[in-house]
Design a protein around this ligand. Structure first.
Ligand SMILES: Nc1ncnc2c1ncn2[C@@H]1O[C@H](COP(=O)(O)OP(=O)(O)OP(=O)(O)O)[C@@H](O)[C@H]1O
Ligand SMILES: [Mg+2]
Length: 468
């Protein structure tokens, strides 16, 4: 069995000897007596726990080499548990070390039995955190790098997991840039079809006359220019998933053909006479209001209900502000790696600015903004101006006030959303009076009407979601 590794760093030979003797039966013990040696061993062996003597210079006890090592080790490997060993009269520095991220400190003289207990606990914490992080990572991987910390996104993850197993069609609705394609991909990746093709067609990007043969293929000689037989995207997606993006742009004649496929799972190539039976799961997405299109007779109602067996609504970023900072950090990591820049973080003011922004372009806008900032900025801690926000817009000393406002507005919007714009009910839920709620609605210029309009649509979609 692999024994857990511990690195002891102390310039006093005697102390190392004693500790080694006490720990060797339970751990794989490494030791170093200088900063340089300690870092080399740390890099090579990646110990789970380290004990660090605060001062490593026998000629100058004011030189706090242990503190430097602590910072260096934790910045390289944040999950390492470090225990500081200090002189008996050095509580101030011990506390500073704890603030920097050490798990514990121990004052000399060393009583081995006591120190052993502290070390054992550090290993235990390290293991728990490692396991928690692995689980978190696994959850992220399972969703193909979809980041989501908000309740709305966590509900969507669960929803995707539930619908992925079946073959039913999914209609994903949401504003531009909210992650509709990412969600469609996750449904495929979570499904038993994951090793089969995932084919994407953007129905809005291809002219109607070409789209038909693109989707259904054609026989040789079906039309001028059809020199050879061609298989369409439906056939290419056989045994897998076909993602029809911007389904609202599909011409009426093709809507009929798609409906026919959804009814009897067969297609015909353009100019063909033989129906071809296919096993394809359909996922469609749109940023249009299809119900309006149905009223205006540009989208078929029967097709709509066939597609919308399970509806998935991607909420806009301004309605799930809990996702903004995790997404920004995700994109920062991604682009720093991609552009080979040292890691960057956000200053509290920059976080405040991101939280306040209305995000009309949703996640894509955030992604582009971070990408641009990583390219252009030379700083490692980004300020609002690095993100392209005007500095005077974000007075640095009222960050908390801004954050509070953003949260308050978010709370009010969500309560109105849940209660379909019925102010008295939303007020009750928020625990404030109606008059107060009206004040907030005016202050944040919230349009209550929009939430009322969602009432009928919302009821329908909730019922269907419950039915899954
Ligand atoms: N939850 C998320 N986690 C990580 N990246 C995301 C997330 N949501 C969206 N993205 C990224 O944001 C960008 C836009 O997402 P996507 O293309 O899925 O949006 P969309 O709703 O299909 O947009 P459009 O309506 O413009 O087609 C993509 O680069 C995608 O990788
Ligand atoms: Mg898209």
């Amino acid at each position: 069995m692999v024994r857990p590794k511990i690195l002891l760093v102390d310039d006093e030979e005697n102390i190392i000897k004693q500790m080694r003797w006490a720990l060797e039966t339970d751990y794989d013990v490494l030791s170093a007596s200088s900063e340089a040696e300690a870092m080399t061993l740390f890099d090579r062996a990646k110990p789970s726990v380290v004990t660090l003597d605060l001062s490593l210079n026998p000629h100058d006890t004011a030189d706090l080499g242990g503190m430097r090592l602590l910072e260096q080790m934790l910045s390289q490997s944040p999950l390492t548990r470090v225990i500081m060993i200090t002189g008996s009269d050095d509580e101030a520095n011990a506390l500073r070390a704890i603030r920097l991220g050490a798990v514990d400190y121990y004052c000399k003289p060393i009583r081995l039995e006591e120190l052993k207990v502290i070390i054992k606990r550090a290993f235990h914490i390290q293991q728990l955190q490692q396991r928690a992080q692995e689980k978190e990572q696994a959850a992220l991987d399972a969703f193909q790098g979809i980041v989501g910390a908000s309740k709305a996104m966590r509900d969507i993850f669960r929803f995707i997991q539930r619908v992925a197993a079946s073959d039913i069609s999914v209609l994903i609705c949401g504003e531009s840039g909210t992650g509709k394609e990412v969600a469609a991909n996750a449904v495929h990746q979570q499904s038993p079809r994951k090793n089969n093709p995932f084919i994407v067609v953007n129905c809005g990007a291809i002219p109607e006359n070409l789209l038909e043969s693109e989707l259904f293929g054609h026989e040789k000689g079906a039309f001028t220019g059809a020199h050879a037989q061609k298989r369409g995207k439906f056939e290419l997606a056989h045994t897998g998933t076909l993602f029809l993006d911007e389904i609202g742009e599909l011409a009426p004649s093709l809507q009929v053909k798609l409906l026919r496929f959804l009814q009897d799972r067969k297609i015909e190539r353009v100019g063909g006479t033989q129906p071809i039976e296919l096993d394809v799961r359909i996922i469609a997405a749109t940023n249009r209001n299809l119900q309006k299109d149905i009223k205006n007779h540009v989208f078929r109602e029967d097709l709509y209900y066939r597609l919308k067996v399970v509806p998935l609504d991607m909420p806009p970023l301004r309605e799930r502000r809990d996702d903004i900072i995790p997404l920004a950090q995700h994109f920062l990591r991604k682009f720093c790696q991609e552009y080979r820049k040292p890691p960057m973080t956000l200053s509290p003011e920059a976080e405040g600015a991101l939280l306040m922004h209305p995000w009309p372009g949703n996640v894509r806008e955030l992604e582009n903004l971070i990408s641009r900032s990583v390219v252009l900025s030379a700083r490692s801690i980004l300020k609002p101006s690095d993100l392209g926000f005007a500095l005077d817009q974000i007075p640095t000393d009222v960050n908390l006030k801004f954050a509070r406002k953003a949260i308050e507005k978010d709370f009010v919007q969500k309560a109105l959303h849940r209660n379909y714009g019925i102010v008295s009910r939303a007020a009750r839920e928020l625990g404030i009076s109606r008059v107060n709620l009206y004040e907030l609605i005016n202050k944040y210029e919230i349009h209550v009407k929009e939430f009322k309009a969602m009432r009928t649509a919302g009821k329908l979609s909730m019922k269907r979601r419950e039915a899954v």
